[in-house]
Design a protein around this ligand. Structure first.
Ligand SMILES: Nc1ncnc2c1ncn2[C@@H]1O[C@H](COP(=O)(O)OP(=O)(O)OP(=O)(O)O)[C@@H](O)[C@H]1O
Length: 231
């Protein structure tokens, strides 16, 4: 289980996260929701070692991840799919996938076959440039690249943003399949409410850098959550 406790984060003088805490269990999709600018991406960046946090604790399966950098976090089993995908446009699909190898020992540097079962289109397009793929295909590539490290925690930042509806459904099915594998905690930052409501097992609403509401699917009220995460 990933656990974030009492985390604070700043950009210069500006404090963005104010003692935020979430937990995410393997085999579950944990949604982090909130309006623009409340600090969702900053939280993911702190977990992924992409931005330092000032105070607080991040633990994975009871082990403290003590202010890791991005490489150390990836080695510890945390994979991050950033908002905007960050695909290398001039590199092929294969090269983009292989760029995910960096944190793996040489003996483990292979693309697991199940990646192409989840995303068959990537196999067909292995030699195309990343920049020639559609937004939805790039999102699939970004998730596939993250899965190459066989993570214990998968952080997804707005995976449906700018993507056509049929591909959104496909991404939803992939996330559900990853949950069914049972060994990975998926943390989903997402503003598309109905997509997230239909998919997640647990919800955290973030307001001004802290959790204002949380609860399990089936227990939390849709209206109460919608109220917290709407403008
Ligand atoms: N590198 C940065 N330097 C300064 N301020 C930043 C930086 N990155 C983000 N911020 C500010 O921190 C606040 C939280 O940003 P963050 O991206 O974490 O929010 P968010 O909830 O993910 O929003 P969105 O849904 O718009 O992505 C915002 O006010 C944003 O302008």
């Amino acid at each position: 289980m990933l656990s974030v406790d009492n985390l604070t984060l700043h950009y210069g003088q500006s404090q963005i996260l104010h003692g935020i805490g979430i937990t995410a269990e393997p085999g579950k999709v944990t949604a982090v929701m909130g309006t623009n600018g409340v600090g969702k991406t900053s939280l993911l960046k702190a977990i992924a070692g992409r931005h330092p946090y000032a105070r607080g604790t991040i633990t994975l399966d009871g082990q403290v991840l003590d202010h890791l950098n991005a490489f150390q976090a990836a080695r510890a089993g945390i994979a991050y799919v950033p908002q905007g995908r960050e695909i290398f446009p001039l590199m092929t699909v294969q090269e983009n996938l292989e760029s995910g190898f960096a944190c793996l020992p040489h003996a483990e540097r292979g693309v697991p076959a199940h990646i192409f079962e989840l995303f068959p289109i990537l196999k067909d397009f292995l030699h195309r440039r990343g920049g020639d793929l559609s937004g939805g295909q790039q999102q699939q590539l970004a998730i596939a690249r993250a899965l190459i490290t066989r993570p214990r925690v998968l952080l997804l930042d707005e995976p449906t943003e700018g993507i056509q509806p049929n591909i959104i459904q496909q991404i939803g099915r992939v996330i559900a399949q990853l949950r069914e594998q049972g060994d990975m905690a998926v943390i989903l930052v997402e503003q598309y409410f109905d997509f997230t409501w239909g998919l997640a097992d647990r919800f955290f609403a973030v307001t001004r850098g802290t959790v204002s509401l949380s609860g399990e699917a089936g227990q939390i009220s849709r209206e109460a959550l919608l109220d917290k995460v709407s403008i």
